[in-house]
Design a protein around this ligand. Structure first.
Ligand code: ZN
Length: 316
């Protein structure tokens, strides 16, 4: 933008701001937009789905950059690693090759029941690139990863009653490798995990309006009355129970309880809730980019899921 036009625009902005609030007249103009939590969650999403990370495929340079970013944010928020290192690496061999990945695992101790754990999970990997085509994976699942970073900051500042493990998984797109590795590496912890809350695709498309969820075994941890209250909460976005199956001609039936990392917790009989928006036109397409998500919906979904987490923590 030419300098003259920029100066003129700045002049207009200053005049407009002065006109809308006389109280602000005596205050200094801020140098930049304040970094509210909302803006930060979107910044995470924008960075993680940027060209630089090239679709964050497990074992790729982009995947490594995503790990570095998540760790740097956790360090910045002073959220401690779950073990000696934030990275929990794993290796998967098949006939053709070996794939290496790393989950990022962080932790905030609970204030009242520190020996009981809620695992909040989201996968950060995606499909990578094919030639010049980048699968950005903005909704799938830079969205859930960004929400999890946001919650890590929030819960570190104001811890929950129960201990919380922030599990950023790698290799979800390759048969849930990261979630399987987490379970294998933490066998002794399994009986202490009371609930998994998994986030995968919570930003949708421009037309997305509803958040969906499925859960299993919640009746083991909450009473019927508490479950009713949880369902009746006044949320920023409407949450619907269950997911639409895509048109039969396009895909076969999806078993949503196995559709993402929560499947591994489910297979180990651990109660779970999975939040997402379900199938849409950009899923696993190059069009799943930052420009095509629904920013307002995403922010409302982040706030809604936090309300649910908070209610459950209070009532467990
Ligand atoms: Zn996903």
């Amino acid at each position: 933008m030419p300098a003259l036009i920029r100066s003129f625009l700045l002049f207009i902005i200053v005049i407009t701001c002065s006109a809308c609030s006389s109280k602000n007249n005596s205050e200094k103009m801020p140098q930049s937009i304040p970094e509210t939590p909302d803006v930060l969650a979107l910044k995470h999403l924008q960075f993680l789905s940027s060209e630089r990370l090239a679709g964050r495929k497990v074992g790729s340079k982009g995947g490594q950059l995503a790990q570095d970013y998540i760790i740097s944010q956790l360090q910045h928020y002073k959220v401690r690693p779950f073990s000696s290192d934030y990275r929990a690496s794993f290796e998967h061999h098949n006939f053709f090759k070996s794939i290496q990945g790393s989950n990022i695992v962080a932790f905030t101790p609970g204030t009242e029941s520190p020996s009981k754990f809620i695992v909040l999970s989201a996968h950060f990997d995606h499909l990578g690139r094919q030639g010049s085509k980048i699968y950005h994976g903005a909704d799938d699942n830079a969205s859930g990863t960004s929400a999890l970073l946001h919650y890590a900051k929030q819960i570190q500042q104001s811890p929950l009653r129960h201990s919380v493990i922030f599990l950023f998984t790698d290799g979800e797109e390759s048969n849930l490798m990261g979630a399987r590795a987490f379970i294998e590496q933490n066998q002794s912890l399994l009986t202490a995990i009371v609930l998994n809350i998994n986030l995968d695709m919570i930003a949708g498309t421009q037309t997305t309006q509803n958040l969906h969820f499925i859960s299993r075994r919640l009746d083991q941890i909450l009473t019927a009355k508490q479950l009713k209250l949880l369902a009746r909460q006044n949320n920023p976005v409407e949450i619907k129970s269950g997911f639409h199956s895509p048109r039969r001609s396009e895909r076969t039936h999806i078993r949503w309880e196995l559709a993402s990392d929560h499947a591994v917790f489910y297979q180990h009989k651990i109660p779970f809730i999975y939040y997402g928006v379900g199938e849409h036109k950009n899923h696993h397409q190059t069009s799943d980019s930052y420009e095509n998500i629904n920013q307002q919906f995403f922010l409302a979904a982040v706030a809604t899921i936090y309300q649910q987490i908070s209610f459950i923590d209070q009532n467990l």
